[in-house]
Design a protein around this ligand. Structure first.
Ligand code: UDX
Ligand code: UDX
Length: 440
């Protein structure tokens, strides 16, 4: 069993650390945030990630937490880098946290650095050169990108579709592969650049599928077709497959927006204009804004109207608000002069101008419309006689196609999904032309 230091106790670092401890390794997780380390030491889990608490509890004697670099790297065979790589203003990934880890390595370090954080292609080569320049030739370098999705990260780590390992030195690659003993998955061995490219390409292809089906949904709305049936009908083709064809208000989260921008930027910096990636990103931006057009079609101008945003995290089963579509929706609605309330079962974001409601009923009472932004399962129970009576206008804009349109309409709600067939009963009598004073 190996001794593994994990740098970064965020969503990725904690899941990686906990799962390696569960596989029997000795793990030390290091972060720069004292409060985070204190809480972890006290047995608390600082993020909402299903199943993570149980694994950490089970592995208590094999995992420890520290602020101290020396303590983390002492005797470590591997140093996993899982620090944040947020976008810079230029759209490139900000690698300052990654460089700090490399710079902090003691001069006598001998472990293998394993890059888990998502980095631009070419980062491994730069880190290798920096290590060599510091005389740290004995330190190995391996790229081992992560493909875990939030909300299912523990399961994804333990049952991955594949493990990708890119190494300069095949022995280092073998050693990282051996760390995954106990996990049954195909292993893709590659050079470091290609491993880095696999990660960016996987995310780029997934967002392309979503933006594609979202555009199909938009066309479906114009020609009165149902995108849910279309997705089912194409998804059964084994060449296409059923996944990532859920139309909605677009993709968000800590990875997709950042990584698609980083790939677009990487291409541009290398002299290539990546037309498709640009379009995929633009479609996603516009998709969130279409909700406003739907609200305006029913309510006229939105000034003074009260809109309830149901589900705020970027997807269900996480409290993560990074690049959540709810953020864009809330600010667009506020800019139109609407009063905005928010409800989420887990996320408690501090959104300026948005009133957070403790219950669904409170969120929709007196509201002119309810928008399903994130498909939390609790929202399946939301349409009822009680909520319809509580609303000023019983209008539901379903940004995730969560609800059954017929059942919702039977309860007396007006309903608009995304790319779903529109019912003649949906247009409310008081619908008016949108006010001209929109400020977009
Ligand atoms: C991160 C990267 O953002 C992403 O590119 C990669 O795919 C996986 O790792 P995530 O774990 O979701 O994703 O990030 P976050 O939850 O922000 O955690 C990063 C942690 O690193 C934080 O706890 C932060 O305090 C810590 N950190 C940051 C360090 O320990 N050192 C630093 O210098 C900077
Ligand atoms: C994603 C990747 O799935 C994962 O492999 C990578 O390591 C990190 O980024 P995550 O961001 O946690 O994981 O969530 P995911 O379930 O992939 O959803 C991302 C976004 O796409 C969400 O906003 C979700 O609502 C949206 N989405 C997903 C759709 O709009 N339609 C779909 O069909 C699927």
């Amino acid at each position: 069993m190996a001794r593994i230091a994990i740098f970064g106790a965020g969503y990725v670092g904690l899941v990686t650390g906990a799962c390696f401890a569960d596989l029997g390794h000795e793990v030390v997780v290091r972060d720069v945030l004292p409060e985070r380390i204190q809480r972890l030491r006290a047995g608390e889990v600082p993020i909402y990630e299903p199943g993570l608490g149980e694994v950490l509890e089970r592995c208590r004697d094999r995992i420890s937490f520290t602020l101290d670099v020396g303590e983390a790297v002492a005797g470590a065979d591997f140093l996993y880098v899982a620090v944040g790589t947020p976008p810079t203003y230029a759209g490139d990934a900000d690698l300052s946290a990654v460089w700090t880890v490399v710079d902090e390595l003691p001069g006598d370090a001998r472990m293998t650095i394993v890059m888990k954080s998502t980095v631009p292609v070419g980062t491994g080569e730069k880190v290798r050169a920096a290590l060599d320049a510091r005389g740290l030739e004995a330190v190995g370098y391996v790229s081992n990108p992560e493909f875990t999705a939030e909300g299912t990260a523990v399961r994804d780590f333990m049952n991955p579709d594949r493990i990708v390992i890119g190494a300069f030195d095949e022995e280092d690659g073998d050693a990282v592969e051996a760390l995954h003993g106990g996990i049954d998955a195909p292993v893709v061995r590659a050079d470091v650049n290609s491993a880095e490219m696999i990660k960016l390409t996987a995310n780029a292809f997934l967002v392309t599928r979503i933006s594609f089906i979202n555009e199909i949904a938009n066309v479906c709305e114009l020609v009165d077709a149902d995108v849910e049936r279309v997705a089912e009908g194409i998804g059964l083709d084994h060449r296409l497959g059923p996944h990532f064809l859920r139309a909605g208000i677009g993709w968000g989260g800590s990875c997709f927006p950042k990584d698609s921008l980083a790939l677009k930027q990487l291409a541009a910096n290398s002299g290539y204009h990546f037309h498709l990636m640009n379009a995929v990103i633009e479609v996603n931006e516009l998709q969130k804004r279409r909700v406003l057009q739907k609200l305006q079609r029913h309510l006229g101008g939105l000034r003074g109207k009260s809109i309830a945003l149901l589900g705020l995290s970027f997807k269900p089963h996480t409290d993560d608000m990074r690049e959540a579509p709810s953020l864009v929706l809330a600010s667009r609605l506020l800019a139109e002069g609407a009063e905005v309330r928010g409800w989420d079962p887990v996320a408690r974001p501090d959104l300026q101008g948005v009133t957070l409601s403790a219950t669904l009923l409170e969120a929709v009472t007196g509201a002119d419309a309810a928008v399903i932004v994130t498909e939390w399962p609790q929202l399946l129970e939301f349409p009822s006689e009680e909520t319809r009576r509580a609303m000023r206008h019983p209008l539901i804009v379903d940004g995730r196609n969560l609800l059954d349109p017929d059942a919702v309409r039977a309860l007396g709600f007006a309903y608009e999904g995304t790319g779903r067939r529109i019912s003649a009963t949906d247009v409310l009598p008081e619908a008016a032309e949108p006010e001209l004073e929109t400020s977009e």
